[in-house]
Design a protein around this ligand. Sequence first.
Ligand SMILES: [Zn+2]
Length: 148
Amino acid sequence: MGDVLCAWCGAVVGQSEVDHSHGICRACYRELLRIPDLSEEALDDLPFGVIILAKDGTVLAYNPAEGALAGREPSAVIGRHVFTEIAPCTSVREFQGIFREFCEREDASRTFQFTFHFPAGSVRVQIVFLHRGADVAVAVRKRTDPAA
Ligand SMILES: [Zn+2]
């Protein structure tokens, strides 16, 4: 068996920590749980992507790190519908389906891996959904581990 890496920061973590926090180390998970409490200005300063989505999929906030990852201007994305207009590749069970499920549940977070298919190419990412009032914060981090 090889090392188990944190799905967010890539640090080597113990097996028990992985079981506890869905593949993300405790330090990262604590930080992620704070995202819903951050102001939009603070979201803009984060080194990883954050999208705030209304339950109907409308983009309410889109930080510069996500803009850089996706090759988009945040101002051109806000107010539009993510599944139909912005990222049709997310309009699948593995993303939109999980999103809908998450919206109906009380779970603090939902973590999964996904591959965006942007015009400029595919990007493998780690996704974390968090409730932010009636909305959902989507944290996005590019995966740096080699493709399996
Ligand atoms: Zn970590």
